[in-house]
Design a protein around this ligand. Structure first.
Ligand code: ATP
Ligand code: MG
Ligand code: MG
Length: 344
């Protein structure tokens, strides 16, 4: 079948069958959050040794989707009682604050090394946010997690995404389909040469849902760490309705939206204002700013703009270069033919 633009488009009946196979396959796997709860317990014990006042909060995919997918890491933010009480406060960005965060993570790394000597540990201090990366165990018992300190934004942005995904039954499935596709195509930043993190893809999914009025705007200020549990509750996934028809339609419409309707030259995907109202010009995300801007020596691109809901002046799509943008378009065109490779 050919679309308006003359490109080949997969037949919707084939897409529905493929989507339904994808969902069945996921549902046949273990998706509960028990393995995450076990890692949470181990990390909590180590944190307790370093500083009993600190609490590790889980964010990222476990919090966003309420399930644990194979291949996803676990994201932790260790928070102090003050961080939690001031649960809507902005995260400190000064070098002094980052130094204190690194110190805590260093002490934590020493305890983790002692308690779990087989786990691989790397403390990364020079990134925008200091992070302790841990890879441990073998086979089914393997764990992989990132720990940050005194940073609420991840906990808040995960709660925000969760508040969107619980508004519409197809949304979590769409997020999972898009994430897996982005990893398989190499567009996901977790793959070498990739450019948009899963977090970025999730904001793109939510922005699309807002544009289509399938969800309503959740005020960013409504997410308060003081109201959020350190270990997010499990939300079992259900088989999509009507044999996945609505989900198949949504999936193809998502691809169409980013290929034909979204205007990357002027528009910014943002969850801060009503969808469609944020422009690059408003944020001064211009060619001139692109020529000037650097984060730790790395160039910032404003070709594919995704405004972080909690960080000031941060483009989540900052690693999308002109070349990567072209690649993104090619993969979206191919996704239209193959229903995100489900038919490939
Ligand atoms: P996965 O299943 O692939 O691990 P995820 O839902 O956990 O997916 P990640 O991309 O690992 O998503 O993001 C986890 C957290 O890291 C986000 O909640 C966010 O706070 C932070 N983060 C990720 N990417 C960016 C980015 N490009 N800019 C700023 N913060 C980011
Ligand atoms: Mg993650
Ligand atoms: Mg991570």
């Amino acid at each position: 079948m050919k679309g308006k633009s003359g490109r080949s488009i997969a037949a919707i009946s084939d897409v529905r069958a493929a989507v339904s196979r994808f969902c069945d396959e996921q549902l046949s796997r273990r998706l509960d959050t028990q393995p995450v709860a076990e890692v949470h317990q181990k990390v909590s014990a180590c944190v307790q040794t370093v500083d009993p006042a600190m609490t590790p909060y889980i964010f990222g995919s476990t919090a966003v989707l309420g399930v644990h997918e194979q291949g996803s890491d676990v994201d932790f933010a260790c928070l102090s009682p003050t961080d939690v009480q001031d649960g809507k406060g902005a995260d400190a960005v000064s070098e002094v604050a980052k130094g204190l965060q690194s110190d805590f993570l260093f002490r934590l790394s020493e305890v983790v090394k002692r308690e779990h000597y087989l786990w691989g540990i790397e403390l990364v201090r020079r990134t925008r946010v200091p992070v302790l990366r841990v890879k441990g165990g073998l086979g089914v018992d393997s764990v992989s997690f990132d720990v940050t300190a005194n940073r609420r934004n991840g906990v808040r942005n995960s709660a925000l995404l969760r508040a969107y995904f619980t508004q519409c039954p197809e949304a979590r499935w769409l997020s999972m389909l898009v994430k897996q596709w982005s990893k398989r195509t190499g567009l996901n930043a977790s793959v070498d040469g990739g450019c948009i993190t899963s977090y970025g893809w999730n904001i793109m999914v939510v922005y699309y849902l807002l544009r289509r009025r399938l969800v309503t705007l959740v005020p960013v200020e409504s997410c308060d760490v003081a109201d959020i549990a350190p270990m997010p509750p499990y939300m079992p996934l259900e088989t999509p309705q009507q044999g996945g028809q609505a989900l198949a339609d949504m999936l193809m419409d998502f691809v169409r939206y980013y290929l034909d309707e979204f205007a990357p030259e002027t528009e910014v995907m943002s969850l801060t204002r009503a969808a469609g109202e944020t422009t690059k010009e408003m944020l001064s995300w211009t060619k001139q700013a692109e020529d000037m801007a650097r984060i730790r020596g790395e160039k910032i691109h404003y070709r594919w703009c995704i405004e972080d809901p909690y960080e000031y002046d941060l483009n989540v799509g900052r690693n999308v270069t002109p070349f990567k943008l072209m690649l993104l378009r090619k993969h979206l065109e191919r996704a239209q033919e193959t229903a995100l490779l489900l038919l490939a």
